[in-house]
Design a protein around this ligand. Structure first.
Ligand code: CTP
Ligand code: MG
Length: 231
């Protein structure tokens, strides 16, 4: 059985909006609801849980209840990692063998959900990535931006950016989270990084260019365009 954890407990500080970005609307539908639709329409997914902050619980519940695969809400933590861990603890007793962990700030993830689910048929993890397309420099943090800093050219050939959903065998990603807690580390920005640190190499699958994470205000405008394009 495959269960999804849909993360919606962030505050969206970089968006500088009054309400968190996952509640903003694209073509009359909230950002997070795009993910719910994708999950509902994917036959390989059994159910999903949403991680939210207390103050938005009623609001989110009203939207999520339209979807029959919605199984419950989990209290958010003050870092993404803590939000995921709260959900893993909550769903542990379901005995799901596979879990997909997804940022609700990525509304156009349908193709990637499929790629990750296919990848999980042959491996105990599946992480969607995209090869970096820009030229890359490595710049030392010391000194000010206007001063000359230690810079290095790095080949982009081996560099990839990482997306969600990310898929894992439940017991293994749960173990990785427990180990992080043991070491008092709470600020991993994705679960694949925790897998690399505590379990081993990851298995990559193809991410997709439309699967953007809405982070800054302009990306909400871009999302409108992507939504039109995908209609
Ligand atoms: N998230 C979460 N709990 C947190 C932090 C983040 O559930 N404590 C979720 C967000 O809701 C988002 C996803 O994790 O869907 C990816 O995080 P990010 O894009 O960083 O969102 P925010 O943390 O909300 O934004 P910012 O970092 O700009 O504050
Ligand atoms: Mg964040």
């Amino acid at each position: 059985m495959t269960v999804v954890i849909l993360l919606a407990a962030g505050t969206g500080s970089r968006m500088e909006m009054e309400t968190p970005k996952q509640f903003a609307e694209i073509k009359g539908k909230t950002v997070m609801e795009y993910s719910m639709e994708i999950i509902q329409n994917n036959d390989e997914i059994a159910c999903f849980f949403i991680v939210v902050r207390e103050q938005y619980k009623n609001y989110v519940k009203n939207i999520a209840e339209k979807y029959s695969k919605f199984k419950g809400m989990v209290e958010g933590g003050d870092t993404r990692q803590k939000s995921v861990f709260n959900a893993l603890k909550e769903i542990k007793n379901l005995k799901a063998d596979k879990v997909l962990i997804h940022d609700s700030a990525r509304p156009f993830s349908g193709k990637v959900f499929k790629n990750v689910i296919s990848g999980l048929k042959f491996a105990n993890n599946a992480i969607p990535v995209i090869q970096v397309k820009d030229t890359l420099y490595r710049i030392e943090e010391t000194g000010s931006a206007s001063a000359e800093r230690k810079t290095e050219m790095v080949s982009r050939k081996n560099y990839y950016t990482v997306q969600t959903p990310q898929g894992f065998e439940f017991d293994l990603i749960y173990t990785a989270h427990l180990k992080a807690v043991e070491e008092n580390k709470y600020d991993f920005t994705d679960d694949g990084s925790m897998w690399i640190k505590y379990i081993g190499n990851v298995r990559t699958v193809e991410g997709s260019v439309e699967n953007i994470k809405i982070t800054y205000p302009l990306e909400l405008e871009i999302a409108e365009k992507i939504a039109e394009f995908m209609e």
